[in-house]
Design a binder for this molecule. Structure first.
Ligand SMILES: [Zn+2]
Ligand SMILES: [Zn+2]
Ligand SMILES: [Zn+2]
Length: 149
């Protein structure tokens, strides 16, 4: 009885993940579904290497291509948190990865985790005439709640 319930739950969830990919016009391959599921459940930004070890050292170039596709389709965005490694995190619903979707990130100096602070968008910056903004890197550094305990 319980097994039935659990199996049904997983089925429902993977269907939802497939729909998320289709909505972004990404063909749901097995690898893409796995990576998408990972990011849906993960609140911390993840580097390619972290993803590789999570997936038990599956092919790095396949993982990289998957991340690249997701970034191109506004499913994930990249974060340069100053650690020297690019991190990836899921975009919120409706994100088109334009300047208005930019938000602050928090990088914990103790556990090295980086999270999105999506409730706080970056205030508009006055640029000189004929300058246009394509990206901004706003990372707040400090100690996270977990490490502050
Ligand atoms: Zn985005
Ligand atoms: Zn921490
Ligand atoms: Zn973010």
């Amino acid at each position: 009885m319980l097994t039935n319930f659990v199996a049904h739950g997983i089925e429902m969830k993977s269907q939802l993940i497939e729909e998320k990919l289709l909505l972004k016009k990404v063909k749901p391959t097995a690898m893409r579904l796995l990576v998408m599921e990972y990011f849906v459940n993960e609140s911390t930004a993840t580097s390619l290497r972290q993803l590789e070890s999570h997936f038990d050292h599956s092919d790095m170039s396949t993982l990289y291509r998957t991340l690249k596709t997701f970034v191109e389709h506004n499913i994930l965005h990249t974060i340069d948190d100053g650690s020297g490694t690019i991190k990836y995190a899921k975009c919120i619903d409706g994100c088109i990865c334009e300047p208005q979707d930019l938000h602050y990130h928090f990088h914990c100096l103790a556990c090295k985790k980086t999270i999105c602070l999506t409730e706080q968008s970056i205030p508009s910056v006055q640029l000189p005439e004929n300058y246009s903004m394509s990206d901004a890197n706003m990372v707040v550094k400090g100690i996270c709640a977990e490490c502050n305990k």
